[in-house]
Structures are given as C-alpha cells and as structure tokens.
Design a protein around this ligand. Structure first.
Ligand SMILES: NC(=O)C1=CN([C@@H]2O[C@H](COP(=O)(O)OP(=O)(O)OC[C@H]3O[C@@H](n4cnc5c(N)ncnc54)[C@H](O)[C@@H]3O)[C@@H](O)[C@H]2O)C=CC1
Ligand SMILES: O=C(CO)COP(=O)(O)O
Length: 333
C-alpha cells in the first residue's frame, strides 16, 4: 500500500489526507497538538478544522514527525507558508531519501520572495524533480464533503506528477498534471491576494460588475508576473489560475475572501485578524507578491492596492477612487 505523510492537521492537510486515503493510500498526519491527534485517532474527526466530518480508517495521526515520515513515498506539506522553512528544517533529516515532496501551500515567503517549492528544494536539499505542487479550486470543506473537484499536480518531471496524480485520484477528486510549476504556484498564491480585493469590494457593497472586473484584471496582472518569471500563459487560463480565482473569489468558504469582506465592512486589520481562525495566506503574501513584482519590474496595481489597504491602512473608498482614476490603457497592456 502507498504510504503518505501529511504534515499539518489544518483544514486542507486533513481534507487532502482523506482524498489520499479514499484513493487507497495509508496516511499518517503529523499535528502539533496531542489533543487534536488523539481526537483524530480515537474520535475519527478533526473537531478544530473539519467538525462533523468522519475520517477514513486509513488516516492516522501522530505528534512524532519521525513516525509520520517512516517509509513515506509521498511527503505532503500543509502548514502556513510563512512557517514552512522553520518546520521543514526540523523534518527534513527524518524524511526518506527518495520521498516525493508535495506542496499544498499557496503563499510566497516574506523577505526572500521565494515560492514554496523553492523553499522546499532549498531546505530539504531536494532536486526539482522530487518536488511537486498540488493546486486548483479546492476549498477544503467541499473536498472533505466529497463534492466533485478538479486540481493540478505540477512537477518539473511529468512522470513524478503522474505518480502524485495516481495517489490522489478518486471518484470525486480529479487531478490533472502540468510541468509549469512556476505558473501553478503563482496562480495559487496571487489568487489569495485578488480574493482579498474581491472580499473588500463585497464588504463595501460593490456590485458583480466590479467583482468580475477585479477577478479578470487580477488574472491579467498574475499572468504578467508569471510571464516575467518564465511561466506559460496557458496555465493562468487553467485550474491553477482562472479555476482557483473563480472558486475563491465567489465562495464564502474562502478565508481570504471573508477576511477582505470584513475589512471592506470597516473592521480594522487587528479586529479582522482576531475573528479569523484559520490561515488567510494573502494577508502576508500580498507583500511578498508585490516584492516579486518589483524584483521583476511588473506592474501589479491590484496587489499594490491590497497592500495599501491591508498594511498601510488606506481607506478602501480612497483606494477605489485611485484605481478608477488610473490612466486609460489597452486591455493587452
Ligand atoms: N483550506 C483550504 O481550503 C485550502 C488551503 N490551501 C493552502 O493550504 C495551506 C494550509 O492551509 P490550511 O490547512 O487551510 O490552514 P489551517 O489554518 O486550516 O491550518 C494550518 C495548520 O498549520 C498548523 N500550524 C500553524 N502554525 C504552525 C507552525 N508555526 N508550525 C507548524 N504548524 C503550524 C496549524 O496548527 C494547522 O494544523 C495554506 O497555504 C493554504 O493556502 C490550499 C487549498 C485549499
Ligand atoms: O485555496 C483555496 C481554494 O482553492 C482556499 O482559499 P482560502 O485559503 O481563501 O480559504
């Protein structure tokens, strides 16, 4: 039986562990807190992140990272993007030498502006051919309810992407493969920033035209950044780009979207953080995405606007007026 380790017992780590188990794998989840690990092993639930969902028997949990790593053909990483480097430094010496590392994370590291697969390659000293990324429109609660979804597995080595695809293919979860790792990762990270923008628009009471315009122009600036970084433009029309933007920007299940809605309604950043129980990656990654854009000389006005609202306290109404007053342009700019 295929053995998988999943590091992170949050909503997506747990939901994806279910997918792997449903696809026939034996999964060990690593979690920080003994009480949660105990609830998973003895109660067959994750009451903190997926209450009411019964976990398959093939999902077990441990607080011991070495035990999780044992004989893992696939090592899945599902912790917040900004803690990955520190976490993986501890786990890397425990991992089997030939394990395939799979990133579920949708963020860019603050300070270094590195994508998660780059952090993994660096910290685990793994070649790109052993690092895959799983992304796409995959709201954890829907996947945990076994509602149909498609996803993308990206890896520089297509044969490795196919192995991951096989390991997580079920009747309700349909992964495609792609070799454009840069494009797939950027699609996932930047859509969180655009979801913040769309949430802010919702909170301000703006209409569907405004939201559709934000999604579309958000995709345009994501594609611009991707092209400057060597990604394939087609990726952004796929599940990692358009697909994830549509899901995240239209769903109240999205933490980034909800975070933005609260800001748009007039909550302060501190108040919004206080009511947000789970990871909203865009809050930190908007700054690292803007950093990436500047490093590559790419104009990303929506990302810049989100940073100015979230981190510099610019009132959303002022930001809206400024965006609308930008000089007229060609759509292909
Ligand atoms: N929830 C979703 O619908 C989806 C989430 N993702 C991505 O998956 C990644 C993980 O997100 P979620 O599971 O949703 O987050 P979450 O907030 O539900 O869970 C985060 C997990 O990381 C753990 N954690 C927090 N700080 C930590 C630290 N310092 N060291 C070790 N562990 C720590 C938490 O205890 C928790 O188990 C994010 O990058 C997110 O963007 C991707 C697709 C879907
Ligand atoms: O990435 C996601 C869906 O694909 C989840 O979005 P949030 O992190 O905003 O909840």
């Amino acid at each position: 039986m295929t053995r998988c380790a999943v590091y992170g017992t949050g909503s997506w780590g747990t939901a994806f562990a279910m997918v792997l188990a449903d696809a026939g794998c034996e999964v060990t989840l690593w979690g920080r807190r003994a009480a949660l690990v105990d609830a998973i092993n003895n109660g067959r639930t994750n009451p903190d992140y997926l209450p009411g969902v019964e976990l398959p028997e093939a999902v077990r949990a441990t607080t011991d990272p070495a035990r999780a790593a044992r004989d893992a053909e696939f090592t899945v990483l599902a912790v917040p993007s900004q803690t990955l480097r520190g976490n993986l430094a501890e786990w890397a010496p425990l991992l089997p030498a030939d394990t395939i590392l799979v990133s579920l994370m949708k963020g860019v590291e603050l300070g270094t502006a590195k994508r998660m697969s780059e952090v993994i390659e660096e910290v685990a000293k793994a070649p790109a051919e052993r690092v895959a990324v799983l992304t796409g429109p995959n709201l954890a609660k829907e996947v945990a309810a076994r509602q149909p979804a498609a996803a993308v597995v990206a890896c520089a080595d297509e044969a490795v992407a196919r192995r991951v695809q096989t390991a997580c293919h079920t009747a309700y979860f349909r992964p495609y493969t792609n070799t454009d790792v840069v494009g797939c990762e950027l699609g996932g990270a930047v859509k969180n920033v655009i979801a913040l923008a769309v949430g802010i628009a919702t909170g301000m009471g703006l209409g569907d035209n405004a939201k559709a315009s934000l999604i579309t122009r958000g995709l345009a600036e994501t594609t611009r950044l991707g092209l400057a970084m060597g990604a394939d433009a087609h990726t952004f029309a796929g599940l990692a780009g358009m697909g994830d933007l549509v899901a995240t920007c239209s769903s109240p299940l999205s933490r980034n979207n909800t975070f933005g809605t609260n800001l748009g309604r007039g909550m302060t950043l501190q108040e919004t953080i206080a009511v947000t129980k789970q990871t909203a990656e865009g809050v930190k990654s908007c700054e690292s995405v803007l950093d990436l854009a500047r490093r590559h000389g790419v104009d990303m006005p929506l990302t810049e606007t989100v940073v100015s609202i979230v981190h510099d306290g610019k009132p959303p109404l002022v930001a809206l007026k400024e965006l609308m007053a930008r000089s007229a342009k060609s759509e292909r700019h």
